[in-house]
Design a protein around this ligand. Sequence first.
Ligand code: FAD
Ligand code: SIN
Length: 522
Amino acid sequence: MSKLKITDPDVLIIGTGAAGLSLALQLPRHLKIIMVCKNTPNEGATYYAQGGIAAVQQAQDSIESHIQDTLTAGCGLSNPEVVNFVVEQAPKSVQWLIELGVKFTQEQQDGELKYHLNQEGGHSHRRIFHAKDATGKAVSKTLMQHVLERDNIEILENTMAVDVITDQTRCLGAYLYNNKTDTVTTLSARAVVLATGGASRVYLYSTNPDVSSGDGIAIAARAGCKTNNMEFNQFHPTCLYHPQARTLLLTEAIRGEGGKLLLPNGEPFMHRYHERAELAPRDVVARAIDAEMKRSGLECVYLDISHKPYQFIKEHFPNLYEQCLTYGFDMAKQALPIVPAAHYTCGGVQTDLYGQTDLPSLYAIGETASTGLHGANRMASNSLLECLVFAHSCAKHITSTIDLDAPLAQLIPWDASKVINSDEAVVITHNWNELRHFMWDYVGIVRSNKRLQRAQARINLLKQEVQDYYSQYHITRDFLELRNLVIVADLIIQQAIKRKENIGLHYNIDAIDETVDKPLSA
Ligand code: FAD
Ligand code: SIN
């Protein structure tokens, strides 16, 4: 699969998650496509998605209601045109997956086999299609299977985009580093698409796999593209608290099925923060947990679904049930210890309705992009949806604008003649650890002016060290990820400093306008 067979691609897609794979399948078969991924094709956030994909289906639900819920979760910062566009396309996108063969969970209702729909925070209705508690795996596998059948698509594994190549007026191709052969290929393409996922690994604790280091956002920023909303990093409220399982997400669908958040003494607390209690938008739940943990000096709080019958739990959450057991927790018998962790990058590379960045021929889709859908807070299960909808519109745009008669650009090959092998790779590990720690401590769920200033001072030093390292030494994958994480962290800090009000996922204790998070009973 890793052999480079297509040498002159029309389209280079960087990333093999839901966004990249869906785009490749939506592009016409006469286009030659190269896809690259840092690791194996499955290794991305998509594969780990649990809860599902939001799309209106039931008669008692409506497109208007999904639109309104998305706008409410986004706290008024979503672009209504984009929200309408995405929500209207949702049923069609889910239908496309069903036709490709994704087996969403079904159940007998009134003598008929119907889709079982999950409910998650912020949604006023059950509208989330899911494949038990492992939706991402089902989606990834099906999309991959179809991509592998196409002979116009080539996937290069262990291949990391370093930077895109531009002539200032448009994007011409990219430098691709193979970490097995330790070589850099210079590749021309008529269109380049960043589908590299999010940046949540910039934080110490994250639900995301290692590949989520914000590469596409950093690459676009270095190419001069606009980014926005980077201050809105979403923290998922419920990750299993266990030394060996810091990133095991416990799907919000558990709360959708009646799971309660409890203090160690068994007392519920979410009703004190929001009228929707456990099903309040995610930012509210994460901050409430953070506040309770800080107030009482707790290491964790608890998520309890053990009041439901064993059979129900095994049927709805079979994978999580087994995974929790391996860590010594039986979710059918006991409450699970949980903490929040960095989960989703709401901001990213600014794009239009077709995934176009402000550099012609360069597109961004999926979690890398900031399309205007999420505003200040993404509603659960709207992100796989966004991947699908924008893959479709981006494919349309590329198909109608690509000029197959124009010669591919002749690019200057990567030049490593002036750099040497590093004798201090420890700097990378050290700086990586430092970065994730201070992002967690100073730019996390609750921020302050002083903490943001401290983070800014540290990031300025790291930027300089990384730049010095880049100009002297051969690149490695770890170094390239650190280089990108530093850029992403800088964007988050700068945009958090600029944001003067508390809104959605951005909460600064020094902000003048404290509009959110007063306990209801206070
Ligand atoms: P990803 O799936 O993250 O794929 C990124 C791809 O880019 C990978 O192939 C990676 O190798 C590649 N890549 C990265 N950098 C480079 C580079 N420099 N060069 C080459 N390749 C590169 N959302 C929902 O809507 N519903 C859910 O139920 C849900 N559950 C989730 C559960 C978990 C545990 C997590 C972590 C996220 C969840 N999300 C969910 C969010 C959702 O999964 C992601 O937003 C979405 O899958 C992102 O898809 P993507 O295609 O943009 O990126
Ligand atoms: C979850 O299943 O809780 C994650 C859903 C999401 O992030 O959209």
